[in-house]
Write a protein that binds this ligand. Structure first.
Ligand SMILES: NC(=O)c1ccc[n+]([C@@H]2O[C@H](COP(=O)([O-])OP(=O)(O)OC[C@H]3O[C@@H](n4cnc5c(N)ncnc54)[C@H](OP(=O)(O)O)[C@@H]3O)[C@@H](O)[C@H]2O)c1
Length: 326
């Protein structure tokens, strides 16, 4: 099968030919139609996210496609089922404690049937399903972690990317007031997703614009962009005492936070039940997953480089097999 893989930590991801993996007992093999790109994909290669356990290491965690083979033992899926999910992170274990087989920038992946994998519901196409797992689950769990009720204010930094687009919509659906912080003028795009106000962070935190947008202060921060405690602390300054400042990039521990502000380093806890809920929302049109770019597999290395530099708008998806073609 064709795949994008690295031969060592920090090596360049390249297009390679690898044997199709065989599912072990308790696993399914998925013929992938689409994968989606997450920053974790290049972070794993760089060693700044859980590092690969073995090489060649196939990049990627999010996928959608069809079950094409079942391993031994009980299984809740059947050959031909349309599925989507998040494959185990690098370094995690697969069925029977064996190392996770491979990633999703490959034409086939084997995943445990009890992992974060779910059926694609009627009304949801596999391209959108592939864009959903990591960004959607992270957004839903971030919203739980900041514990906001309606009519409170959430500042989302890095709001125009995959997690931010989902978080803005899920928060809006709970009547939370979202202030979307982005680099550039994204007022129209973020407003259409439900942001109450959009501020431009290109030249640092615009204190006046922030005060105008939320005169009563900010109840919680979800910082999806800052990689250092210092950058994170600069955003957390805007949070009122008693509020929460959350980082998805491990920047909260070690940050000097204002008195009374609680720092949280978020960790995703993938679950098939949450995938079902998100897929139903996407199929009903309640949750929109903006897809900015669709690329053939061989363009994935360039897309990883581009994502590392910032500037993501919604999700990038990678085509592995065109749906309906065998
Ligand atoms: N801890 C966890 O379990 C967990 C789970 C999911 C995601 N994450 C992390 O959360 C972060 C956001 O994920 P995502 O999927 O939303 O990423 P994404 O789609 O690449 O979006 C990131 C957004 O942040 C903005 N940004 C601002 N400053 C940036 C900078 N210095 N470098 C890079 N981007 C910057 C980017 O736009 P501009 O550059 O135009 O501002 C972009 O819109 C990633 O680092 C990801 O690994 C962690």
């Amino acid at each position: 099968m064709r795949a994008i893989a690295v031969s060592a930590l920090r090596a360049d991801p390249v297009l390679v030919e690898l044997p199709k993996p065989d599912p072990r007992p308790g696993e399914v093999r998925v013929r992938i139609e689409y994968a989606s790109l997450n920053p974790q994909d290049w972070q794993a290669v760089d060693g700044s996210a859980p590092a690969p356990a073995s090489f060649p290491f196939v990049v990627g965690v999010d996928y959608a496609g069809r079950v094409d083979m079942i391993g031994g033992g009980d299984n809740r899926f059947r050959v031909g089922d349309p599925v989507f999910g998040r494959a185990g992170a690098p370094g995690t274990t697969g069925a029977a404690g064996a190392p996770s087989a491979c990633g999703t920038y490959g034409q086939y992946v084997c995943v445990p049937q009890d992992s974060a994998i779910a059926l694609v519901p009627r009304g949801l196409d596999s391209r959108t399903a592939a864009a959903l797992p990591t960004a959607g689950m992270a957004a839903a769990q971030i919203l739980e972690a900041v514990a906001l009720r309606g009519h409170e204010t959430l500042l989302v930094v890095g709001a125009a990317g995959g997690v931010g687009c989902c978080l803005t919509q899920l928060a809006r659906a709970r009547d939370v007031r979202v202030i979307a912080a982005v680099r550039g003028d994204e007022r129209a795009a973020m407003g259409s997703l439900g942001a109450a106000a959009t501020i431009d962070l290109t030249d640092g935190v615009p204190a006046d614009a922030l005060r105008d947008a939320c005169p009563d202060g900010i109840d919680a921060l979800a910082d999806l962009a800052s990689a250092t405690p210092e950058a994170f602390a600069a955003h957390a300054c805007a949070v009122r005492p008693g509020g929460i400042a959350l980082s998805t990039r491990g920047a909260a521990s070690g940050a000097q936070l204002p008195e009374g502000v609680r720092g949280v380093d978020f960790r995703l806890d993938p679950s098939p039940v949450l995938l079902d809920v998100l897929a139903a929302g996407a199929a009903d049109g309640i949750l929109r997953v903006p897809i900015d770019l669709e690329l053939p597999l061989e363009k994935a290395p360039e897309a990883l480089d581009r994502n590392r530099a910032g500037g993501a708008r919604g999700k990038t998806v990678i085509v592995l097999h065109h749906p309906g073609h065998c």
